[in-house]
Structures are given as C-alpha cells and as structure tokens.
Write a protein that binds this ligand. Structure first.
Ligand SMILES: [Mn+2]
Length: 352
C-alpha cells in the first residue's frame, strides 16, 4: 500500500503531512474536501471532520487510525506528540503561503515543504493495477459516448448541443463526473486548441473536434477525436493524416527509460517535416490519474524519463488560425518494455 511506501522514506521521528484533497484521496481512496493524513515511520493516521467521519471510518483505506478532526491547531500537535514526531515534511505545491504559515506555528519543531511533493509524485506516477483499471473503465465510457455522438453530429447541430450530448451520455452511462470542461468545437473554431463550445452550428465540410473524458472512482480519462462532416479539402485530409502520423511516431518510441522530451520530439518532428511546425503550439502529452494533468509531461522542456506504470496522453495537433485545426489524443500505459494503448477507438479520418 502506498502509505507503506512513503514510510520507507522516513527516519524515526519524521512524518509526512498530506494536506491536498488529491493526495489525501490518492492514499486513502476516499474523497474529502478537508482533513489531513499524517504518515510516520510506523503509522498512517487520517483526520477528517464531522461531515466525513462516519463514511471515512468505514471506507478510508491504507490508514491505521481514522480520527475526528475538530481543531487542527490542537489535534495535530497532540497527535504529533503522541506519535513522537519531531519533524514534519509537508506539500509545497498544494499549500498556500497562509496555510503553510498556520501549520508552521502549530508545532514547536520544524515543518518543511520538502521532499513530500517528489515522493508523492513518484508514487502517483506508478499506477497500481486498480488505478489503471479505473482509468480504462472511465475511458470505455468515453468511447461509448464517441460512438453515440457520431450518430448525433450533423449539419445544424450546435457545438453546445454536442457538448451536452457527450456529457449527458457519459453521466447516464456510469461516469461519476466529467474529467474537465468538454471541448466541442467546429469549423474555424477548431484552430483554437482549447476553444469553448458556442452556439455555432456545424456546417457541411467542417471538422468537429471533441476533447473530453469521464471521471470514475476518482480517476480521469482523456481523449480527443476530430471528425469531418461532409467532404473535406485535400489540405484538411493532409493535415489530419499528418497529425495521425505524428501521434503514431510518438507511440513508436514510448518505452521505460525514454526521456519525455524525446517522446515529444518524435511527434513534433513529423509535424515540422510536413511544414506545420509553427502550428503545433502545445506539448505532446501529460500524465493522467487522480488529476487530469499530472506528471510526467511530454514536452520539449521536460527533464523526466518515462517509467513503467506511467499513464500518459499522446495528443499532437495542428492549428491553422482562421482555417481549422486537428488534434487526436489517446492514452498510453508504459509497460516493462513498451506501451499499451488504453484507447480503443477509431482514429482514421471519419467523414459523417
Ligand atoms: Mn489531454
């Protein structure tokens, strides 16, 4: 269990204090908006308030004790004293300056925003089997929604209609929520990578780009498909096939040990060679899990190296302002010697 892996990084007297909802959820598999997880060399203790305590006592995993949190500035120091803690590492990236200052004043020993973020991020990158299965199950819901939406998209249907239909279908078919605000855009709007759905109606001869995902058991899925409505120009087909080839080029190099920037480069090289380099304006991929965007990043500047257990997206795109854009996105699980594509969904050019 993950709390045990954290314990192996501690000396006697030291503790990790987990404060962010995402990381509390990661360790306990239990959603709370408030609380703390204190991990010492010997014990993991989860504190949460009266709104959650009954359910937490039943359902929170990986902790030796679940305690009712009444007053953090009394409960936490008392717990630290009982467990013999004399140094606390806490999160840096997820704690405001004000909250860190409050925390520091609670204890008469050092609280340091060190090594916690890296330790948790390393753990979260290595998806356990149940985590991978949740991402896959979420993705299967998104794929069903894709099949459905192909029967829904036609000239006259608005971008907002498409968004609502995708979201309603996923929620109706078992999703706990949405991974993020659905992108459903058409025609010239597709040149904006993160365009927002409008009342614009789909017209013949346009691309429709949909970037969306389902949330299931606290884990996200992420996929993008671009489909055409009616006949496409040669340029549209050529750009589509360039993006598809770029995505495949990235897949072809995915394996543990690969610098993440080389995964990005594999896709980027294909797009640059086709003359569209300046129209690929974002990174090739990102990790997915408890957060929709998490480590590692497949970008030109990334210092990370792929490892077995990573789940990353592979999502190159070409966006020509005023004309159109194309993005195709799948998720890959990095295996011991390569990758497994978690997305089972058509991606040759679909013309509706
Ligand atoms: Mn994505």
């Amino acid at each position: 269990m993950s709390t045990r892996e954290m314990q192996s990084k501690l000396q006697a007297g030291e503790a990790f204090l987990i404060v962010s909802p995402a990381n509390r959820f990661y360790f306990t598999d239990f959603e709370t908006s408030d609380g703390f997880l204190l991990i010492t060399k010997e014990k993991a203790v989860f504190l949460t308030d009266g709104r959650y305590i009954e359910a937490a006592e039943k359902n929170a995993k990986n902790c030796d004790e679940v305690l009712l949190l009444k007053k953090a500035d009394e409960d936490l120091p008392a717990l630290a004293a009982r467990l013999g803690v004399n140094k606390i590492y806490t999160e840096a990236e997820n704690l405001t300056v004000a909250d860190f200052s409050k925390l520091s004043k609670m204890f008469d020993f050092e609280v340091t925003p060190q090594k916690t973020d890296d330790a948790v991020s390393d753990l979260r990158r290595h998806k356990k089997d149940y985590e991978k299965q949740r991402v896959i199950s979420a993705q299967r819901i998104a794929e069903k929604a894709f099949e459905h939406i192909l029967t829904f998209i036609k000239p006259g249907v608005s971008e907002k209609d498409i968004r609502l239909e995708l979201e309603f279908f996923m929620l109706k078919n078992g999703a706990d929520g949405l991974s993020f605000e659905t992108i459903a855009i058409s025609g010239a709007n597709t040149s904006m990578p993160h365009g927002v759905p409008t009342d614009k109606k789909v017209e013949n001869g346009e691309f429709v780009t949909m970037d969306y995902g389902a949330l299931l058991g606290g884990y996200h899925s992420d996929m993008t498909r671009t489909v055409a409505v009616g006949p496409v120009t040669d340029k549209m087909a050529q750009v589509y096939n360039t993006v598809l080839a770029a995505q495949q080029a990235c897949f072809d190099v995915l394996r543990p040990g690969l610098p993440c920037r080389d995964a990005d480069k594999a896709a980027r090289d294909v797009i640059e060679k086709a003359g569209y380099g300046s129209y690929f304006t974002h990174s090739t991929g990102h990790g997915v899990g408890v957060d929709i965007h998490e480590a590692p990043s497949l970008s030109t500047r990334s210092e990370a190296v792929l490892e077995a257990g990573d789940i990353v997206t592979d999502e190159p795109g070409i966006y020509i302002p005023g004309e159109f854009g194309v993005r195709i996105e799948d998720m890959a699980f990095i295996t011991g010697n390569g990758y497994e594509n978690l997305t089972k969904c058509e991606k040759s050019l679909i013309i509706l």
